[in-house]
Design a protein around this ligand. Structure first.
Ligand code: HEM
Length: 511
């Protein structure tokens, strides 16, 4: 009996350390060597933590230094680790979030290969992490294959062409409501980030879901809480799937929010269904929610979507429609407040096209200067700072051979600041770059600008977001001149999207 027990203890003491050694040392070091032999270097893997401690330290250092002056060179400030590793190890490098390897790619040709995804080899990754899944579910941002095709078709229809035209009066009404409030700030300062956060929530709630501001606000409050939890836990290491067994306070909070989010969305969905079932309405409606419900009730399995898919899709669009757009509106205001010559040029264009009338959809497509300003803002301060994929199987990328199931990250900021593409003045705000169109601005390199992504997964809300921004700035410029508050502190940071951490205060002068 005793020898058997001793044998068990001996095996236990031998096997457990061997597994730990294999998983936490052998595999990472072998991968590191494999990639190095192909020319992909990077910061050395450290036991269990990978490079997370260095990342946290570098981020802390730049956070303290960030507020010093107004420079548009924000890559070293908001992504200091990637910035310094590109300098040290070259355009493509390998680093570690805990034991999870990630290859960062910034060479335009390779980026094109990844995002074109011709053989379907570079997969989406976003919802595989627990917190992300709570935020987006398996909606359009995360879906793949047949499901992605089905969802993309629905979204394309809802956010393009005639549907988009029909939304113009709704968006205009939302901006009017915001500007009514601005009347109380004539000659005073107003912080616009919170204004735009509210506006973009209102716009997506009304245009896509026909929901009122109260219903929408409840959902956005919960999404905002989830975003904070995601950011807080992004670099926390939990090896061996420990996260499944040990529940932290944040995990429990996230579960609670997920349930509340589900219930709030179901309320909106059920209300719309009940209207049809009780005869109050004769159809589910022409907005995005209406299309989702029509598909839900479609018996053809090719078009049918489940109730769970409706919930995920609602979460995806509430999130996608707000976070990114509010960032674009805030940064554009900041740039126009300090580059008042561009503010004047944009105003002149708006007044020529619309006079004092509300914008209309034909006029929006003719706003060339405003368009150039928006694209230059997205180049310098793009909301999305990381486009992530995962290799499905062992595969080639350019001259490299990548292992299966490895994360591949593309930082748009690195391409947007590349002086070989954009010139030595890449850090300057020069909307005139886009005067002759995108191809000319990017020197014919299609992945030089990734503000809305590239390839089949390009942002489905692109036209919607640009229209919303054009309407918003047309209506602001018709009424006001504005300059930057003397209290403004330049501290861009990432809370999933790139945002002005301490807001953007402007001084409003009515015209
Ligand atoms: C200025 C505003 C916006 C920016 C900068 C932006 C940026 C992006 C980027 C870079 C991607 C590609 C992500 C990837 O390839 O992994 C993307 C995808 C997506 N965006 Fe946007 N977006 C904006 C507005 C919107 C709006 C208003 C909506 C919804 C109405 C939206 C919904 C989506 C969805 C659903 C996807 C996933 C598309 C797919 O995978 O097929 N976005 N966005």
């Amino acid at each position: 009996m005793i020898p058997l027990l001793a044998l068990c203890v001996f095996l236990f003491l031998l096997i457990i350390p061997s597994i730990i050694f294999y998983k936490l040392c052998w595999i990472p070091l072998r991968l590191q060597r494999l990639m190095e032999s192909q020319g992909i270097r990077g910061p050395p893997y450290r036991f269990l933590h990978g490079n997370t401690r260095e990342i946290i330290k570098m981020k802390q250092q730049t956070k303290d230094a960030a507020a010093m002056d107004i420079s548009h060179d924000i890559f070293p400030i908001i992504l200091p680790h990637w910035y310094s590793w590109i300098k040290l190890y070259g355009n493509n490098f390998l680093y570690w979030i805990g034991t999870e390897p990630e290859i960062v790619v910034t060479e335009p040709e390779l980026v094109k290969e990844i995002l074109s995804n011709k053989q379907g080899t570079f997969r989406k990754i976003v919802a595989k992490r627990a917190y992300w899944k709570k935020l987006l579910g398996d909606g359009l941002i995360a879906a793949e294959g047949e499901k992605w095709l089905k969802l993309r078709k629905l979204a394309n229809h809802a956010f393009h062409g005639e549907s988009l035209k029909d939304m113009v009066p709704e968006i205009t009404a939302c901006v009017e409501t915001m500007l009514e409030k601005w009347r109380n700030y004539h000659g005073k300062e107003i912080e616009v980030c919170s204004e735009f956060k509210h506006l973009s929530s209102e716009v997506i709630s009304r245009t896509a879901f026909g929901s009122n501001c109260l219903e929408g606000r409840k959902i956005f409050d919960m999404l905002s809480k989830l975003i904070v939890l995601i950011s807080r836990n992004m670099l926390k290491i939990r090896p061996f799937g420990l996260g499944k067994f040990i529940r932290t306070q944040d995990d429990k909070e996230a579960d609670k929010i997920e349930q509340l989010l589900h219930d709030s969305i179901m309320e909106i969905v059920n209300k719309r269904q009940d209207e049809v079932q009780t005869g109050k309405a004769d159809s589910f409606g022409n907005d995005f929610l209406g299309s989702l419900l029509k598909s839900h009730h479609d018996t053809d399995p090719k078009s049918h979507i489940s109730a769970a898919e409706i919930i995920d899709e609602c979460k995806t669009f509430y999130f996608g429609g707000q976070e990114t757009t509010f960032s674009l509106l805030s940064w554009t205001t900041f740039l126009l407040a300090i580059h008042t010559e561009w503010q004047d040029r944009a105003r002149e264009e708006v007044l020529q096209l619309f006079g004092q009338q509300n914008p209309n959809s034909d006029g929006l497509s003719r706003l060339k200067t405003v368009n150039m300003i928006l694209y230059e803002t997205l180049r310098l301060y793009g909301a999305v700072t990381n486009i992530v994929r995962r290799t499905g199987s062992r595969m080639k990328l350019g001259k490299y051979e990548l292992p299966a199931n490895i994360r591949v990250s593309i930082p748009p900021l690195a391409l947007h600041r590349n002086p070989e593409i954009w010139g030595q003045d890449a850090h300057l705000f020069k909307p005139e770059r886009f005067a002759q169109g995108m191809a000319k601005a990017t020197n014919g390199i299609p992945t030089a600008f990734l503000g809305f992504g590239f390839g089949p997964r390009t942002c489905v809300g692109l036209n919607f977001a640009i229209s919303e921004a054009k309407i918003t700035f047309s209506m602001i410029l018709q009424r006001y001149k504005f300059t930057l508050s003397s209290d403004y502190v330049h501290s861009p940071f990432i809370l999933l999207t790139a945002q002005p951490q301490r807001g953007v205060g402007i001084l409003l002068q009515p015209l």
